[in-house]
Ligand binder design. Structure first.
Ligand code: XMP
Length: 509
């Protein structure tokens, strides 16, 4: 891999955001736990130390041996990273007496500092810490403060070592991107040549070398990640890639047919498998969400394995794994690998004995989309909302029947089409309808009805880890509710979910 910035993670909720900001500057970077530092090479141009929920004053809080780093390579400590460095070299870090949380404005900015090139006095920054640096070690100079925080930023004399107590990676820091650019470009000397096109060329070359003349099989879901991964593999090895797209009977209305056509138009060698009945049989009478996930996972593997066995000499399994799935995050209680197990649908069954190829495993979701657009994958695939692997099964509360699936598909279709037609689709991160296991009284004409309730959910989010409900216009919701109740037999009530995550989740399950 070409030049890069190393981000050492001390467990901050913002670590991935730092990485995304650096990538937005067309500079490659990787996140590593603070206690598993890779060997430094000439390719590593600089180090960023993340924040942390811990206090440097706590016994057993994350520590770092700066001995082999300081002076050798540019370092930027953010928040905890800055406090740790200050404390270790004889400074004083103590609980702050005033609230150092939220917006603040930089004053006393050292305009000669390379870190603040083209930044303005009074620039708004985002603070988020309970401790503060009271005294700096000898040889450390203050380069910025705020009206209430004396040491907002420092530089070590004679070294390219910096510390800042605010978060340049969050958008509330108005010139944060500028600061990060100053660091990675002017201080670390990165050349900003890491673009989608460079990534595509390098990845295709690498895939060709790794796979050679072997055959690859890959499951497609209709989602962004698997579509982009398959396209890259296809560009590398063409017909030696066989894609399998399974209709599990739990997709959106018309999704199977439409997506299959898109894949064929994209030139992918794809086999469509109608396995609806198999899935409905496997799901019969199961109400528990985990039970449904297991039944779906098992059935998917059976169907997929059967198809894979039809391909003679297949050696590799392609997967659309992306960077957030593989980063080892640091938890407050010590390093641990946090992997969202339920999101790894269609994982590799041991018995298939295939080697895994994951061309997107260094990219964030926005990077995947950019690469997808550079590969000219159609917008109806690149711009689509995330959709859970188990599909409508986790949006039908209680047991699954083909009739319930058909009802929900129609309801969902009215909602999603409505969003598209009103130009709201792209303003929403994810949307869908949920079929509730309750009925309620209604009246139609002169008759009382006793029919189903559906909930509509539309959220804004960045990565699905946190989310807020979208304030869709009342007129829009009113129209969709009318359409659903008038057109869908068996539904007489529509409700809109106004819960954020946390404490709620996106899916109801
Ligand atoms: P929750 O409900 O945990 O969802 O707030 C967060 C994001 O993950 C998706 N999700 C899933 N995706 N298999 C998947 O592939 C699953 O079992 C699953 N459960 C939730 C959800 O749609 C949202 O985007």
């Amino acid at each position: 891999m070409a030049e890069q910035i190393l981000i050492l993670d001390f467990g901050s909720q913002y670590t991935q955001l730092i990485a995304r900001r650096v990538r937005e500057l067309n500079v490659y970077c990787e996140i590593h736990p603070y206690n598993k530092i890779p060997t430094l090479s000439d390719d590593i141009k600089g180090i960023i130390l993340s924040g942390s929920p811990c206090s440097v004053r706590d016994e057993g809080s994350p520590d770092l041996d700066f001995g082999r780093l300081r002076g050798e390579i540019p370092i930027l400590g953010i928040c905890y990273g800055a406090q740790l460095m200050a404390q270790k070299y004889g400074g004083n870090v103590a609980p702050s007496e005033i609230r150092e949380y939220g917006r603040a404005n930089l004053s006393h900015l050292d305009m000669h500092s390379e870190l603040f090139k083209e930044m303005t006095h009074g620039s708004q920054v985002w603070m988020s810490h309970g401790d503060t640096i009271k005294e700096l070690p000898k040889g450390f100079d203050i380069i910025a403060g705020t009206p209430s925080v004396r040491i907002a930023a420092y530089k070590v004399q004679g070294e390219q070592t910096y510390g800042i107590q605010f978060h340049p990676e969050v958008t509330h820091s108005a010139e944060g991107k500028n600061l990060l650019r100053n660091y990675v470009v002017h201080i670390c000397g990165c050349s900003q040549d890491w673009t989608s096109d460079v990534f595509i060329d390098a990845t295709i070359e690498e895939l060709k070398k790794t796979i050679g003349d072997d055959k690859v099989v890959m499951g497609l879901s209709g989602g962004v990640d698997s579509s982009v991964a398959a396209t890259l593999i296809d560009r590398a090895i063409g017909e030696n890639l066989t894609c399998v797209f399974v209709d599990n009977g739990l997709l959106r209305k018309n999704e199977y047919e439409e997506v299959l056509i898109s894949y064929k138009d994209m030139g992918l060698n794809v086999i469509g498998v109608d396995a609806k009945q198999k899935f409905y049989t496997a799901l019969k009478d199961i109400s528990d969400p985990e039970g449904k996930r297991k039944a779906i996972g098992r059935t998917f593997i059976e169907v997929f394995d059967e198809e894979a066995h039809k391909i003679e000499g297949v050696r590799w399994l392609g997967q659309g794994t992306i960077y957030p799935d593989v980063i080892e995050s640091v938890s407050v209680n010590g390093p641990s690998a946090t992997i969202k197990s339920h999101h790894n649908v269609g994982g590799l069954p041991e018995f298939m004995k295939l080697k895994v190829v994951e061309p997107l495993k260094t990219l964030f979701k926005d990077g995947v989309r950019e690469v997808g657009r550079a590969l000219e994958i159609p917008e109806n695939i690149i711009g689509r909302h995330p959709f859970p692997g188990p599909g409508l099964a986790i949006r039908i509360l209680g047991d699954i029947t083909p009739e319930k699936v058909a009802t929900l598909q129609e309801v969902d279709h009215i909602f999603i089409q409505g969003l598209r037609e009103s130009g709201l689709y792209d303003q929403v991160w994810q949307a869908g309808a949920i079929l509730l296991p309750i009925q309620s009284v209604g009246v139609m004409g002169d008759e009382r009805t006793y029919e189903r309730v559906v909930a509509l959910r539309a959220v804004s989010s960045v990565d699905g880890m946190t989310a807020d409900w979208v304030h869709l216009p009342y007129e829009f919701l009113g129209k969709i509710s009318n359409d659903i109740i008038n057109k869908i037999k068996g539904v007489n009530r529509v409700v809109y979910d106004i819960s954020s995550k946390p404490p709620a989740t996106i899916e109801w399950e």
